[in-house]
Design a protein around this ligand. Sequence first.
Ligand code: DGJ
Length: 733
Amino acid sequence: MSASITYLPESGTFFLQSQNTAYAFRVIDYGYVEHLYWGPAIEPQALGQFQAWRDRAFSPNPVPSDRRISLDWLAQEFPANGNTDYRSPAVELFQPADGSPICDFRYKSHRIEKGKPSLEGLPATFAGANDATTLILELEDEKLALKAELLYTVFSDYPVITRSARLSNSGKDTVQVRRLLSASVDFSSNYADYQLIQLSGAWARERDLIASPLRPGIQSLDSKRGASSHQQHPFIALAELGADEEHGQVFGFNLVYSGNFLASVELDSHKIARAQIGLNPHSFCWKLAPGQSFQSPEAVLVFSPNGLGEMSRSLHRFYRGHLINPQWANKPRPILVNNWEATYFDFNADKLEKIAKAGAGIGLELFVLDDGWFGKRNDDTTSLGDWVVDRNKLPGGLEDLVARINGQGLQFGLWFEPEMISRESDLYRAHPDWCLHVPGRVRSEGRTQLILDFSRREVREEIERQMSAILRSAPITYVKWDMNRHMTEVGSAALPADQQGETAHRYMLGLYETMAYFVREFPNVLFEGCSGGGGRFDPGILYYMPQIWTSDDSDAIARLRIQYGTSLVYPLSAISAHVSVVPNHQIGRVTPFATRGDVAMTGTFGYELDLGALSPEDKQTAVEQVVFYKKVRGLLTSGDLYRLKSPFTSQESAWIVVSPDKKEALATHVTILAEPNPPVTYLRLRGLAPERKYRVEGTDEIYCGDALMQIGLLLAQPKGDFVSVKWHLVAVD
Ligand code: DGJ
């Protein structure tokens, strides 16, 4: 089914169709826009038959003579503040001229275009003219002469609809945008039997999958940290109670944004569930002068009739096809060794070259020099902002070091933390007002550092200049872009008092501009996002950087949950994962080398330990891991993921990645805590072709696809905790 948007003038209905999915709303009396439907594809005619309006006590009527309509219970597309709707609005505008926070948007016009327009200054999904269709619904607040354009894009090959909103002020007065969400959907039937799915956590414990039943009132999660954060994630889903990986309707919302966000569901007194996602209104205030416009970030809405597994696969395919830089989206990534956990700040060129040499010996392709190579940085207290090689540590400079690493046959990658400044730096001494701060207030530090005011062009230009000089000084093919603290005292020395509420968002716009600059200027560099691990793992970053360091917790068992939760939304090709030393540095756990490899290779694979210090057995295992990963990395980059066992609900974790043509698959099973005398257990696979026969590579075992999915693979009794086993299946017919 191709993507289509149909307007039925007789009923004022807009009928949007993405792959196997329909979404509909209509313009009703007085120009209000009523949400009608989102779910499996249906015939448009079905929709005109419903009209659930009724006169209700304590639900006031905007048109007093017509008691049929109150916004208090009407399902809406763009609920506004201060009228007869007491629920959370999608838009709130404050008018300094009269002190009113009221706005009232009614239908004005619409247009339908092929393809998908880009969003000014913001990362967003993209599509060619034949892949998508966009509706621009124009609403107007007549009193303010303010226009709201709601953008809806549907896609032929994905059950996805993207939404965003843009406000334009054609009036005579300045208004303050206090709230503008990207999407608001009123689930108009009895959705009390749905649950809210969210991904919440902490540093080193990112993206725990949490499900809770809806209850009357607001359930919300947000970030006020100036980053999408480790703590909450700009994703929610409403899923039928009892939905699992394969069953139940699921409606997902993901925000293409890396800063402060709000995601919430409000269950009202008539069991309408209003799900919303967008910029966090907290401390946000944007001055919109006459003639100016304001664009919201984009929300990605995804529907799955078949559980969370299908939702994830749709999002993975969609992000590979329409969000991640096409140059990298389906390209296998180099296997790297990063020196951070091997040396921390204590290194010299010889030590690094030794690690690279050992890496070359096991077949690695890229060496990454992490923190500590610049300024006078021997610990985390100095030098951020001074992107000049520390000649005390590296007397020959990067030119010499990169030549030595290249001489070992490895490419070279480098760590930066571009948005930060240490008080102990030349940059801070020269420009003490270049950090985010508010005069007269304390400048709180995190990891002994302050945040550069990226809302200011001159600040960004200085960092672009310094970093570009480094990137041009040697053949550097990879950059790890880190960010190690959250915002406090959010103010900009460059903005007037009445625009300070814009600082956090202007920072993000500036950050995106700088990221776009580097992607444009260095098109062959592979960029990896990072924020103290996975503190900014979101679609906004993914637009510029095709892979992201998933967590500072590199323990394979902790990673089972972190990577499982992350895979709910993001493809494996985005999930960076490394084999590290034991006892693990974050948690002290000892796990087998093989398990560490099996978990890490279900992402963009690498090592982060002193490879020169490996035991002969571990070295042999590493050689085999690298040979194996090179064989399957194409499959892992573009295959479909099926989660088979959840580490959140059992002492096992298992998954399978199946190639799009179903001729190849890699299944992995990890035992967390082993059980004595366990029952006979089979691992039932998913996603295979039932009629095909598959050989388990390295054995002469051949199984039918249907048997593998109905009966499964027999699991041997685990010989201890944390043991993994994997099966590489290749179709033989
Ligand atoms: C935090 C990152 O997540 C680590 O991988 C490492 O790069 C350190 N920062 C370096 O300071």
